[in-house]
Design a protein around this ligand. Structure first.
Ligand code: HEC
Length: 209
C-alpha cells in the first residue's frame, strides 16, 4: 500500500501512525459529482426556476383534474360540488379574489375577517355555510340587513367565482368580527346533496369543509 511518495506523518497516538496519502480517486469523484449536482439543482430550481417541485406539480395536477371534472359537469346545474371544484382551481379563485377585493372588502374586511358584515373565515354562518347557501346569500343578498343582492351587479358567472373565493376563506379563522349565526353542521353521512343528481364522481370526493 505504501507508494513512493508516501510520507509518514510525525504524529502518533497509542502507537498508531499514519501516512500522508491522498483519499482514493473514487471518493474524490463522488465529492465532485455531488458538488456538480448541487450547483445544477440550485440553478434549475432556485435561480432560474425552470424545474418545478413535486408539490407544485401535484397542485397543478389537482387543478387540472378539477378543471376537467368541471368541464364534464358543465351541463349539470350548479351545485355544492361544482362550486367546490371552482374553489380548487387557482385561476378561478384568483378571479374571485379580485371581485372580492373590489366589491366585498369594504364590509367583510380584506381577508374576510368581517367589519360591517360578518366574519367569513369562522365556522359560524347566519345563512348557512354550504357552497350553495353561500351562493344563495351572495346572489339574493339580505337587503334589510345591508347585504346587497349581487346577482344584478355581478351577473351569475362572477357570483360563482366570488363564491368560490369565499369558500377558500371559510374556516381559515382569521381574528376579526365575533362569530354570528350558527356553527355549520356537516350533512348527515349518506344524505344526498339536493342538487347532486346526475353528477359524476361526487360520491368519491371528500367534502371540503
Ligand atoms: C355594504 C356592506 C356589504 C358588502 C359590500 C358586502 N356584504 Fe356581505 N354581508 C353584509 C352584511 C351586513 C351581512 C349580514 C347579513 C345578515 O345579518 O343577515 C352580510 C352577509 C354575507 C354573507 C353571509 C354570511 C353568513 O354568516 O351567513 C356572505 C357569504 C357575504 N355577505 C358575502 C359577500 C360577498 C361575496 C360580497 C361581495 C360580492 C359581499 N358580501 C359584500 C354586508 C356586506
Amino acid at each position: 500500500m505504501t507508494g513512493r511518495d508516501d510520507e509518514m506523518l510525525d504524529h502518533e497516538f497509542d502507537g498508531i501512525r499514519e501516512f500522508d496519502n491522498p483519499p482514493p480517486n473514487w471518493i474524490m469523484w463522488l465529492l465532485y459529482a455531488s458538488i456538480a449536482v448541487a450547483v445544477g439543482y440550485w440553478l434549475v430550481y432556485q435561480t432560474f426556476g425552470v424545474g418545478s417541485y413535486p408539490t407544485t406539480r401535484y397542485e397543478a395536477e389537482m387543478a387540472r383534474a378539477a378543471e376537467q371534472q368541471l368541464a364534464r359537469m358543465a351541463k349539470v346545474e350548479l351545485n355544492d360540488r361544482t362550486l367546490e371544484l371552482m374553489a380548487a382551481i387557482p385561476a378561478k379563485v384568483g378571479e374571485g379574489r379580485k371581485i372580492f377585493e373590489q366589491f366585498c372588502v369594504a364590509c367583510h374586511g380584506a381577508g374576510g375577517e368581517g367589519s360591517v358584515g360578518p366574519n367569513l373565515t369562522d365556522p359560524f354562518w347566519i345563512h348557512g355555510g354550504t357552497p350553495m347557501q353561500i351562493h344563495k346569500t351572495v346572489t339574493s343578498g339580505v337587503p334589510d340587513k345591508g347585504m346587497v343582492a349581487w346577482a344584478g351587479q355581478l351577473g351569475p358567472a362572477r357570483v360563482q367565482t366570488v363564491t368560490a373565493y369565499v369558500l377558500t376563506l371559510k374556516n381559515t379563522n382569521k381574528p376579526g368580527k365575533a362569530p354570528q349565526g350558527e356553527p355549520e353542521v356537516a350533512p348527515a353521512p349518506g344524505a344526498a346533496p339536493a342538487a347532486a343528481a346526475g353528477q359524476t364522481g361526487a360520491a368519491a370526493a371528500p367534502a371540503r369543509t
